[in-house]
Ligand binder design. Structure first.
Ligand code: EPZ
Length: 418
């Protein structure tokens, strides 16, 4: 398994281009199932999760082709096999996003239960409850959800909790359902809005995406469309946090400006100078960061996908930061690895108390999940000496050309293949 070798202690200087958003591209690829006409996407990031989703759709009968750097063309003329096998679903939970579209397009679906993952149980009860409210019959046998629905019909669905892919699954199912669907307590994440934009371009009738109440009026069929995937706000936030921790000045071209308010606010609180223009975000950090406390919340609150990166920043900040994780029940595994680098962190339930230290010391550490790995990369960039991160396949799932982009910012990063 590949490892990343980082020589820390250098500021980050330079410019990188932000890729398309993984968490927008994945549901949007599934939206291709809703139409017999081609969906032409641009700004699709080259990530393992995107390749996995392409494989999953292809085995259902969807023609998927990548053209050029960032284009992807998906054509679901006929869906020959509406199923998502465990072998693929276990490697990527987002596979559950095919459930709604398959039910809407084919009237049936056989999708493996995702199972838990490192950061938590991650059930899909809200996805199931919503589809059942729209008339689907869903039984679970041998680890698979078997779903059938003659024709989905619109319903008013009050979601028990805010779920991003739950909202996306139900929005896609409702796009072809009979009548109106109202999703209450819907997720407001920018990726949900980007999916709604793509569905509308395909002819769906959606109002209120990005607010807690989304109204979808079902239509008979959806047409093909062209859509540019939004920039990845978590990739953007990750490089900004890295520069705030390591010091220096970075310019992120093509970054998502509006979708990062909570993150930008915390970076400024840490002492960074952040300038956002039409098509780029610049961050300059010329002093030791100040400790910044935070609490993860659904959008527009501070994103849980930025928690590990900010914990890494807190390890070398002046002062003590309280970091509370409210979305996932086990998303502090990076804390144990950061301690190996000399961080002073104590865990109290879902709050991590991080006392900033002057310097971290390089060491070997283990990546456990996608964003934890990003936190370890940031810590490696600021630690004295060499940090080696094991199991970086986690990183490859969500960060396109990570070592190239870090090297472009002056970091000494090398991928050790083994
Ligand atoms: C999406 O996951 C993202 N993934 C995650 O990003 C992100 O961390 C998460 O939203 C929260 O923002 C994609 O978009 C592909 P949730 P999702 O459903 O939709 C509970 C990354 O790093 N829940 O919003 O799976 C759940 O257990 C990944 O890119 C239920 O109880 O997250 C969690 O505690 C990691 N029942 C909370 O809700 C359900 O039916 C929020 O989960 C659904 C969710």
């Amino acid at each position: 398994m590949d490892r990343l070798r980082i020589e820390g202690g250098r500021p980050l200087e330079g410019e990188v281009r932000i890729s398309g958003a993984k968490n927008a591209a994945l549901p949007i690829m599934c939206a291709a199932l809703l139409s017999g006409e081609p969906l032409e996407l641009t700004r699709v990031p080259r990530l393992v999760d995107v390749s996995t989703m392409a494989k999953l759709l292809a085995q259902m009968g969807v023609e998927v082709e990548r053209a050029g750097e960032e284009q992807m063309r998906l054509a679901a003329r006929r869906v020959t096999d509406p199923s998502a096998p465990y072998e693929l679903v276990k490697t990527m939970r987002a596979s559950v996003l095919v459930l709604g579209p398959l039910l809407a397009r084919c009237g049936r679906a056989r999708v493996s239960l995702p199972g838990g993952c490192a950061i938590g149980l991650r059930p899909v009860d809200q996805h199931v409850k919503g589809l059942q409210a729209m008339g689907a019959t869903i039984t679970v046998e041998h680890g698979y959800m078997n779903a059938v629905a003659e024709r989905l019909r619109g319903a008013r669905i009050v979601m028990d909790l805010v779920t991003v892919t739950g909202t996306e699954n139900l929005m896609m199912a409702a796009a072809l359902a009979e009548g109106e669907t109202i999703l209450e307590n819907a997720a407001r994440e920018p990726e949900v809005v980007d999916l709604a934009r793509c569905l509308s371009a395909m002819g769906a009738k959606i109002e209120g995406a990005g607010t807690p109440v989304v109204r979808i009026t079902g239509v008979g069929t959806l047409r093909g469309a062209r859509h540019a995937v939004m920039p990845d706000r978590i990739e953007t936030g990750t490089y900004l946090a890295a520069a705030a921790a390591a010091g220096g000045k970075v310019r992120l071209v093509g970054a998502a400006l509006q979708a990062l308010d909570a993150t930008l606010e915390k970076l400024r609180e840490a002492g960074a100078v952040v300038r956002a223009s039409e098509s780029a975000i610049e961050l300059e950090m010329r002093e030791r960061p100040r400790a910044v406390s935070l609490r993860t919340e659904p959008y527009p609150g501070f994103p849980t996908d930025m928690q590990a990166q900010f914990m890494a920043l807190a390890t070398v900040a002046s002062g003590t930061a309280l970091i509370t994780e409210t979305i996932f029940e086990n998303r502090f595994m990076h804390a144990l690895e950061l301690q190996r680098l000399g961080a002073d962190i104590s865990l109290q339930g879902n709050t991590a108390v991080v006392k900033g230290v002057e310097r971290l010391q390089g060491a070997s550490v283990m990546a456990t999940d996608l964003r934890a790995s990003a936190g370890l990369v940031i810590a490696g960039l600021v630690a004295d000496g060499v940090t080696t991160i094991e199991r970086i396949y986690h990183l490859d799932r969500g960060y396109e050309a990570l070592e190239k982009k870090l090297a472009a910012l002056g970091a000494r990063v090398e991928r050790l293949r083994s």
